[in-house]
Design a protein around this ligand. Structure first.
Ligand code: G6P
Length: 494
């Protein structure tokens, strides 16, 4: 029997709040999902009467989805939240998620292609695109089934770009919003996509009532793509250059296309101060703090980074900048440790595996080149451990956040909240967080290894007083829109 229409609020995302492991005895154990999107959306809580629709990510999730049948997952697994996990055929899921979402749309929005040889749009791509359409349709069907009349639906991210239009077709009564957690590519780069795909993604999102982004820059780029690819009209607010991009025009507030208007919104997801302060003082974090301190050694400073091992995070150039620091500033040798957390991500993709290998190799090279008996210059950790990340936030003297491009980057926002003595932030100007934190961070061009090395030196030399003052201001800016408020603002706007 299908689920009755009961949900007044729905959220849809590829990755859900939990994922499962199937034990040998046939029991399923639930774990909290990772990533910025899940952190933000977890603020919904069980009381909101919302239903969260997500995909089964692997075989064990699929088993959980099958056991739940057409109804919701066991609330004991989800902290009481109503979650519907879609059992999408493995080959369709793989083509949509690994093929289109992570190898094409993610690469486009983060400008990751090596364009003389990539991308190649061939017959395999055409099949993957068909799978992406089927995967989006599965979400649209489930949402259409669950929603009460005039329900509000919040569709998340590049995995589900086609859902707003597909859902409007099925249920014109719904109020539909789409939120992008990624950057949005500028038109010239976006148009690397085959024309029908470029148009299809934009039409998909424009099928909603509202399209929202983490910063005005990404919203503006989306509007520019709509104009360039579809010939859509951009509605702007009256104040000249209100988005500060220097083109003298007001910020884009809506896109008009084929007789409909889709409003644009900006909600800069912030860090959850209450949760972080409380969680980072727990015993498991204290334990890890002690062992990290021992690893770094007494009287040494630390440069900390915490990322998924993700191409856009620019970990390799971060390591090269650290190597350059040791080369040009010998006074830092034996006096600093680069604690780099690079947690495995998307390991089904060869390019991510290669990148992970490269990160490991460069860390080893630096250690071989500069390490001494009592000092290992780079401490690279690849095993995902949230408690250890929090411990590193507490002790860091410098945080390095240097993505090539990033929708927001929550690490940049979490560090100042958790830091104990103040932490200097070296921040890429291409991270969304730069819009809010740029004034008190040491801002770098992420491609410029030399300038990043200089910024690391400046950060290490920053006086205790200045570091503490800056950290206070960074923490205030970072928590301006905590997840709960971020979520409610989107609901209200619809
Ligand atoms: C980014 C995306 C999220 C995604 C996360 C982790 O933050 O915006 O949608 O969930 O990366 O990526 P993954 O492929 O592991 O879900």
């Amino acid at each position: 029997m299908a689920v009755p229409r009961t949900a007044p609020i729905l959220v849809a995302s590829n990755r859900g709040p939990v994922s499962y492991t199937l034990g040998e005895d046939g029991s399923l154990t639930a774990r909290r999902g990772g990533g910025g999107l899940v952190s933000g959306l977890s603020a919904i809580g069980p009381d909101a009467n919302a239903v969260w629709v997500c995909a089964a990510l692997g075989e064990d999730d699929r088993e959980a989805a099958r056991r739940a049948g057409d109804s919701h997952l066991n609330p004991g697994d989800t902290g009481g939240q109503q979650v519907r996990m879609l059992d999408i055929a493995p080959d369709v899921f793989a083509a949509a998620y690994n093929g289109i979402a992570n190898s094409v749309l993610w690469f486009i929005h983060h400008l990751l292609y090596q364009t003389p040889v990539e991308p190649v749009f061939d017959a395999e791509f055409a099949d993957q695109w068909a799978a992406y359409e089927a995967y989006n349709a599965a979400f649209a069907d489930a949402l259409a089934e669950e929603a009460v009349d005039e329900a509000v639906v919040l569709v998340q991210d590049y995995h589900l770009a086609l859902v707003p239009a597909m859902l409007r077709e099925r249920r014109p009564d719904l109020r539909i919003g789409h939120f992008s957690h990624t950057p949005w590519a500028p038109p010239d780069y976006y148009r690397l996509l085959p024309d029908d795909v470029a148009a299809g993604v934009l039409r998909g999102i424009l099928g909603g009532d509202r399209a929202a982004f983490l910063t005005e820059r990404w919203a503006g780029a989306f509007a520019d793509c709509c104009a360039a690819v579809l010939g859509a009209e951009i509605v702007r607010d009256g104040d000249g250059d209100s988005d500060g991009d220097g083109n003298g025009e007001g910020a884009a507030t809506a896109v008009r296309f084929e007789g409909r208007e889709t409003r644009l919104g900006v909600h800069g997801l912030g860090a959850d101060a209450d949760f972080l302060r409380q969680r980072s003082r727990q015993e498991d974090v204290d334990e890890r703090l002690t062992s990290l301190r021992a690893q770094i050694g007494p009287d040494r400073k630390s440069i900390v980074r915490v990322d998924r091992t993700e191409l856009s995070k620019n970990i390799v150039r971060g390591l090269l900048a650290y190597r350059r620091l040791l080369e040009t500033h010998p006074e830092w040798r034996e006096r600093v440790v680069h604690v780099a957390f690079a947690y495995p991500s998307r390991q089904d993709l060869a390019v991510y595996r290669d990148y992970t290998e490269r990160v490991r190799r460069i860390a080893e090279e630096i250690n071989a080149e500069y390490g001494t008996e009592g000092w290992t210059p780079v401490a690279l950790h690849v095993k995902d451990d949230f408690a250890r990340s929090l411990a590193a936030y507490r002790l860091a003297d410098v945080a390095l956040v240097n993505p090539i491009r990033d929708g927001m980057n929550l690490v940049a926002k979490e560090v100042p909240v958790v830091s104990e003595r103040g932490c200097a932030l070296v921040l890429s100007r291409e991270a969304g967080a730069h819009a809010e934190l740029g004034d008190d961070a040491l801002v770098v061009n992420p491609y410029d290894v030399e300038a990043t090395a200089r910024a690391l030196d400046e950060a290490l030399r920053m006086s205790d007083g200045e570091r503490a003052d800056r950290t206070k201001r960074l923490a205030a800016a970072a928590t301006a829109l905590p997840p709960q408020a971020w979520f409610l603002a989107q609901l209200r706007a619809l």
